[in-house]
Design a protein around this ligand. Structure first.
Ligand code: SAM
Length: 176
């Protein structure tokens, strides 16, 4: 199942760190790419591309001006939309239904302000607990449940660096 993430309302400087973390969590937990709206931020894009360059895989980042158009384009390709929000249905109740649907999925996470219409536009509004926390934690837990833990074994093709897991200390192997 193809999985992309849409991060809403990026503000350079204020959100650089958290948007980068949304992208890195998306990549590490098995999404294929991420779109973002708000203000284009080439420096954030470069830092995500730098991680892909060193640690492998083919994760893509693309800026889109309009979330409505992004959703329309996604649906035209036969995709469906999941909005992560504390007000949605509990993830543990809907994840099997989402996993059973083979269509490509766009997982939308908010920023400072989420447009009200999105709740009506999404195929699923999904809560990872009904407590407020963050786009990064919501996305990571959602992907972990979607993939049932298989994402923990992912290998990233073309990596230049690879960690050799150690009980203590740090060991990194250079592959190219
Ligand atoms: N104040 C914003 C709003 O209008 O909803 C939410 C801000 S929150 C820091 C940013 C994003 O984190 C949300 O839009 C949502 O995608 C995600 N998020 C936070 N808590 C969540 C939860 N319990 N379940 C699912 N997603 C959550």
């Amino acid at each position: 199942m193809e999985i992309w993430v849409l991060r809403l309302g990026h503000r350079p400087h204020r959100d650089q760190r958290i948007t980068t973390h949304v992208m890195l969590a998306a990549r590490a937990f098995g999404a294929h790419g991420a779109l973002y709206t708000g203000v284009r931020d080439e420096s954030m894009e470069r830092s995500v591309h730098g991680v892909v360059e060193n640690w492998g895989g083919s994760f893509k980042v693309r800026y889109v001006e309009s979330w409505r158009k992004a959703l329309r384009d996604w649906r035209e390709r036969g995709g469906r939309v999941i909005h992560l929000t504390m007000y949605g249905l509990p993830v543990q109740r809907v994840i099997d239904e989402i996993r059973a649907d083979p269509s490509p999925k766009l997982i939308v996470v908010g920023g400072a302000k989420v447009p009200g219409e999105l709740y009506g536009e999404a195929d699923w509004n999904v809560a990872v607990t009904s407590q407020p926390h963050s786009e990064v934690s919501a996305l990571a837990v959602f992907l972990h449940m979607l993939y049932e833990g298989r994402e923990l074994e992912l290998e990233f093709e073309g990596a230049k660096l690879r960690v050799i897991p150690q009980e203590r200390g740090k060991r990194v192997e250079r592959l190219a």
